[in-house]
Design a protein around this ligand. Sequence first.
Ligand code: ARG
Length: 281
Amino acid sequence: MTVSSQREATTRRYLMCEPKYFAVEYSINPWMDPSAPVSAELAVKQWSELADTYRRLGHRVDTIRPVPGLPDMVFAANSGTVVHGRVLGSRFRARQRTPEADHFRRWFLDHGYRDVTMPVSINEAEGDFAWTGQFLLAGTGFRTDPSAHAEAQEVLGVPVVSLQLVDPRYYHLDTALFVLTESGVGTVDTARIAYYPAAFSPGSQRVLRRLFPDAVIATADDAGCLGLNGVSDGRNVVLPTEAKELADQLAHHGYHPVMVDISELRKAGGGPKCCTMEIRG
Ligand code: ARG
């Protein structure tokens, strides 16, 4: 039996927002240069290919209607953390993005979710929270407040492990780390993750080594194209085309890399994962 035949995909449900009004009009992370040209049309094309990729892999993609004047709304991952059907909404740090949170809150209510809590602390949702199947890894340092970690633990009822981000280019946890295989899938009892160590403080690096001794360690080049902003279903791993070394490493571990061109959205500091909120349960 080959390694890859042991990798099992599980069907996912994603929420996405078409970048109809995409633009880089302000700068709230080092990737954003408002003087550089940006094409909303090209962003829509790349986003549509990403959504089609998920559908082709057998996943369900729901969409929320984009709102004029909210150019970053395409980054749906920042607007909610959903675990076991419980929804913890978001509270943005930047005032330019603040209104997005309420559009997503209403989407959940309109789609039958009754357990929806809006956070008190600054909380950029899956931008800074990664579900391992057993606990939430939670980033802080640039966006999400440390107090949001405790709040998430209370609201979602799952353990939270705090991690300190130290490099402004990797301002959200999902720019530096993602889960390849959740724990509890098949015979896997520890989740497998990929991450870029230099994005984390020395103490958090030690925590990650202790929790995930078998992690896939990304190179500076992989991180520098936002290659850690990947989306895995346990077997297929959607990555930005430039993340070549990471793709090779993952193939070696039996995963199936699926490359997408997301270059236009990277101008706002985003990749595949930023565009993708996972709805669990
Ligand atoms: N321009 C957006 C911001 O800085 C990009 C968000 C990317 N999303 C993510 N999940 N990392 O807020």
